[in-house]
Design a protein around this ligand. Sequence first.
Ligand code: AVJ
Length: 318
Amino acid sequence: MEKIVDTHEEIESEVIQGLTSPQKYIPSKYFYDRTGSLLFQQIMGLPEYYLSRAEAEIFQNHGENLVSLFGNAFDIVELGAGDGSKTGILIEWMLKANKDFNYIPVDIANDAVDQLTSQFMEQFPGLKVDGLTGDYFKMLDKLNALGNKRKVLFFLGSNLGNFSMKNSLDFLQNINAKLVKGDLLLLGLDLKKHPDIILKAYDDREGVTKNFNLNLLDRMNREFGADFKRQYFIHYPFYNSVNGTVCSSLVSDRQQTVNFKLWGNSIHFQAWEAIHTEISQKYDKHAIQYLADKSGFRILQDFHDSNQYFVNTLWIKK
Ligand code: AVJ
């Protein structure tokens, strides 16, 4: 398995740039250290977090149909594979249909890739798994080296939603440029629905999502010698029904200064100043069509769960 790790300089400049900008932020990829990955797995099992169940339902009910559109021989590359719990359902369908394929999971969380690789090799004897750890963008450059079978890229779980619409478009165009005509992209996207349902998915009763969000600060303390006090920050997500964006933040409940021992920076917070930690975009048909059109893909087919909460949309490079 190959790893491309961000350098200390890259991490320092990303984190400090975020925390010294006029609107403070921490890039959401920093959620996924070991603790964060475990917390996200817990989130996927929460009653409020409908996304994972909806996608699993789609794969159970429509997986056979969906994988029949892949052809007979191809390589699956999954960006942001995580624990692969839903992908396993599609792999079962592909094995049942005797498809000839390799599976290449890519994730920022090293532990997740290691675990997924050993789990899938055990669960699916004969399946060829070859994982990669690192930032999506760096990993895309590896795609060329894969050989000339058709590529089927998976980007599931509404992971695209962590990008702004503009960055999503850039990213999809980037992906498109790395593919050849006829290659496929399977996206999992969360759809607009009643705002209360959406907000609750990011503000669960048990407070797991709150811990997931606050773990960012703990991680800064653990890895970069910061002295964030998590009790002085409030987990505050909200859903903007106008643009379809859930915006998650940590709000400083007082004036305070946080020091990063490792780098020697002091970050000052005014009372009620926020750190923006994540966006989770919700889509509709028009937005999805727009993204496909502008990034050089054609929509082959859409698959929905019974509630129409979520879509898996299969695109082909034009
Ligand atoms: C993994 C990015 C799809 O935005 O819904 C879950 C992460 N954040 N709860 C999402 C997340 C808070 C999740 N994604």
